[in-house]
Design a protein around this ligand. Structure first.
Ligand code: TYD
Length: 209
């Protein structure tokens, strides 16, 4: 029987470089000989991508934090059942751009839902699956605020486009979760060149091999 795979999530606020780091990490793991599955949330399966289009699209009135949390949990349930668990079971390494800590930080910290409620939805939807390691990419608040201000030329999605206070609460929530679960999280300084940050990422996942 092949060894069980690994599940690595990348988390952080908008514009911290998660996608670039996810790609570099996946390439490095592939070079080490692993089967690598890269995916993202919300999304990753057809059903979850359909929910993504709904929650991030800017048409209509959007949803309150509770409805939004249920939609993200539903997307995640499909993603976990159909893509993530089968990949781990066959020995692949899954690299996921955002996972449940985004719901805890955005719908919880940002939107005001309790952490217990967000985790309940995750238990019901996805059997409380947690990554083996969660890489939290951070930049100082002033850098995040500056990136937010000039981001996307006004083309931000429904959630990315929320105000600076919302994003500050999100960032603070992420750091609080990371500090309270140091066995699962690695906080990565996301300043510097992509290669410099990648080195920090590789050091953080080294223990999983
Ligand atoms: P995406 O384009 O993937 O953002 P980024 O490039 O910043 O990672 O859009 C995902 C958006 O959805 C982002 O604003 C965070 C938000 N989100 C939640 O609010 N809750 C969640 O559970 C997830 C997975 C994402």
């Amino acid at each position: 029987m092949r060894a069980k795979g690994r599940f690595i999530a990348l988390e952080g606020g908008e514009g911290v470089g998660k996608s670039t780091q996810g790609r570099l990490l996946a390439e490095a793991l592939h070079r080490q000989g692993h089967e690598v599955v890269t995916t993202r949330e919300p999304g990753g399966t057809a059903g979850a991508e359909a929910i993504r289009a709904m929650v991030l699209g800017t048409e209509g009135d959007g949803w309150g934090a509770r409805a939004e949390a249920l939609l993200f949990a539903a997307a995640r349930a499909d993603h976990v059942e159909r893509l993530i668990l089968p990949a781990i079971a066959r020995g692949a390494w899954v690299v996921c751009d955002r996972f449940v800590d985004s719901s805890r930080a955005y719908q919880g910290g940002g939107g005001g839902l309790s952490d217990a409620d967000v985790l309940d939805l995750h238990r019901i939807g996805s059997g409380a699956l947690m990554p083996d390691v969660t890489l939290l990419l951070t930049v100082p608040p002033e850098v995040a605020a500056e990136r937010l201000a000039r981001r996307d030329g006004g083309l931000a999605d429904r959630i990315g486009g929320r105000d600076a206070d919302y994003h500050a609460r999100v960032a603070a929530a992420f750091v609080a979760f990371a500090r309270s679960s140091p066995e699962r999280f690695a906080i990565i300084d996301a300043q510097g060149t992509p290669d410099e940050v990648h080195e920090r990422v590789m050091a953080a996942v080294g223990g999983l091999a």
